[in-house]
Design a protein around this ligand. Structure first.
Ligand code: FAD
Length: 341
């Protein structure tokens, strides 16, 4: 059993990270649990290389950079972080607290903020021979380090932002870069599409539409892929060193749907305090719903702020809900003075 925390935040996306910051500012001990291998939620997993223009204070900022700022701000008070753990159960304890369980541990907590976005992300997979066997041996669902593909022959599969953005990012590093998509139409940003068309025109990469993967070949590591034209069923063999299957993530509310929370379709209903139908369990960000809800990073920040301030009051009813202004808080004044000495 892990040590008890005042607040446990399910989800380390922008909302969960801002909740961790606010928890620290309010003097609450906090823990973030996320099923992904890295923090940042959709920013890191789905569009690290896209510019975001509608977050206050940043005229434009890459998803990856905003995730880094959120992490730096969110973890400054020492929140405990558990990655690659999916919260499976919420147990209500007789003392009014809770225990959250994952496949790796039990986490006791006095209050909870669910900041689980659209649910835990599971990458969509290709169903073809060789795929399961070579997953992690040349086939990946996430690009961790673009330098891995220096001088390699790479096949990207997908028609969304992630596939197109990574094609643009990797085209100058790779020896050969082919992107295949099963349709003519792409779901990627129009500006990125124009850049990709220019790259194809310039011979920097190849684009093949109406094609899908039939089989991945390799003995211990990917050496090639058979693709087929889904109109004619003609097969083509491509020699490649890596397959980037960037066909999206399947968000799945999963076990969360069975915790007895009042739901509205795939979202958790909250009141004006961002509290769910279970007292002490709050929700914020994409997962939370109420009349007039907008699913945006900016609204997630505001909801996290409301949720954590009411959670602070739940944990200790003597604590005021209103946090006051950060410019005047002792926790930051002390830090300023220490830095000035
Ligand atoms: P998420 O970012 O989804 O993070 C939730 C986290 O919770 C995930 O990491 C997930 O793994 C984790 N999780 C879920 N369930 C569990 C569980 N049971 N156990 C453990 N962990 C769990 N918004 C804007 O405001 N401006 C934009 O320009 C913009 N552009 C976008 C472009 C794209 C391509 C996409 C896909 C979205 C865009 N958005 C944009 C939306 C924005 O990304 C979301 O509103 C935001 O990420 C929501 O943040 P969140 O923290 O609530 O959830």
């Amino acid at each position: 059993m892990a040590d008890a925390r005042d607040l446990t935040i399910i989800g380390g996306g922008p909302t969960g990270l801002f909740a961790a910051f606010y928890a620290g500012m309010r003097g609450l001990s906090a823990r973030i649990i996320d099923s992904m291998p890295e923090l940042g939620g959709q920013l890191a997993a789905l569009y690290p290389e896209k510019y975001i223009y509608d977050v206050g204070g940043f005229p434009q900022i890459l998803g990856r950079e905003l995730a880094q700022h959120c992490i730096a701000q969110g973890l400054q008070f020492g929140a405990d972080v558990r990655l690659e753990e999916q919260v499976a159960r919420l147990i209500r304890e007789p003392d009014g607290g809770f225990t959250l369980t994952t496949d790796q541990g039990h986490y006791p907590t006095k209050a909870i903020v669910i900041a689980a976005g659209k649910g835990a992300f599971a990458p969509r997979v290709l169903e073809c021979p060789g795929y399961d066997r070579l997953l992690g041996k040349g086939i990946v669902h996430h690009v961790h380090d673009p330098a891995t593909y220096e001088g390699q022959r790479v096949l990207i599969v997908g028609g969304g932002d992630s596939a197109v953005d990574w094609a643009l990012n990797l085209k100058d590093r790779t020896r050969r870069l082919v992107l295949i998509h099963r349709r003519e139409g792409f779901r990627a940003h129009a500006g990125s599409m124009r850049q990709m068309e220019a790259a194809v025109e310039a011979g920097q990469m190849e684009l093949i539409t109406y094609h899908e993967v039939r089989e991945v070949h390799g003995d211990g590591h990917v050496t090639g892929v058979t693709i087929f034209d889904n109109r004619t069923h003609t097969e083509t063999m491509l020699e490649v060193d890596a397959v980037l299957a960037l066909i999206g993530f399947k968000p799945d509310l999963g076990p969360l749907a069975n915790w007895g929370l009042e739901l509205d379709r795939h979202s958790v209903k909250v009141d004006a305090h961002m509290e769910t139908s279970i007292p002490g369990v709050f929700a914020a960000g994409d997962i939370a719903t109420y009349e007039g809800k907008l699913e945006l990073i900016a609204t997630g920040f505001a909801e996290a702020c409301v949720a954590v301030n009411y959670a602070a009051h739940h944990v200790d009813p003597r604590a005021r809900v209103n946090p006051g202004h950060s410019t005047n808080l002792k926790v930051f004044k002390d830090r300023e003075e220490a830095a000035a000495e």
